[in-house]
Design a binder for this molecule. Sequence first.
Ligand code: HEC
Length: 193
Amino acid sequence: MSNQDDKDKATKQDRLIEHSYDGIQEYDNPMPRWWLLTFAATIIFSVIYLFNVGPVGNGKGRIADYEDDMKAFATAHPAPSGDVSADKLLAMVKDKEELHEGEEVYNKYCTSCHRMDGGGLIGPNLTDNAWIHGGQITDIYKTVMNGVLEKGMPAWGTMLKPEEVEQVVAYVASLQGSNPANPKAPQGALVTP
Ligand code: HEC
C-alpha cells in the first residue's frame, strides 16, 4: 500500500469526532458488517418468536400454547373432587390388598410428618380419635385431598393418583386405635367413629 492510500483510508475511516469527554475522543466508524447482520437477525427472530410461527414454535401462538399446557396439566392432575362415597372407602378399610397398597403410599409420602406408626411428629397423631379436620372417613379423605397448606400438610390430590389417595385414606382409617408408643398428644375434637 502506498502512503497515499493509507492517508485516504485514514481520512475516511479513523476520523476523530470533535468532542472529547474526560479527555477521551472517539472515531465515527460504522459497526462491522457481521455485527449489523447479527443484530438484524435478532430483530427478525424476535418478531417470529413473538407470533410463534412455524420454525420457532408450533405456529399456534404463545397464548394458545399456554392454554394447551394448562389443559394438559389439568388432565394429568385432576382437581380434588371430594366426591367419594364413604361406603367405598369403608369397604377398602376391610380389603387387605387395598390396605397394603395404602400402606405403601403412606410409607413413601406420609411417615416424614406423621411417623411410621402414625403416632404423629410434625403432623398430628392419626391413630387416636381426636381430629382437627374431622374424623369421619370422608373428612379424612378431604383433608388428604386438599391438604392444609398453611399448616404444612400438602394437598395430595394434586400429587397422587385418585386411587392412591383412597388407598392411603383407608390405611389411615385402619390405624385408628392402634395405640403406638410415645404418641403425639391429641389435637382437635374427639370423634366417635
Ligand atoms: C410435610 C409434612 C406432612 C406430610 C408429608 C403429610 N402430612 Fe398430613 N398433616 C401435616 C400437618 C402439619 C397436619 C396438621 C394440619 C393442621 O394443623 O391443620 C396434617 C394433618 C393431616 C390429617 C388431618 C389430621 C386431623 O387431625 O384432622 C390427615 C388425615 C393427614 N395429615 C394425612 C396425611 C397423609 C395420608 C399423608 C401422606 C399421603 C400426609 N398426611 C403427609 C403434615 C404432613
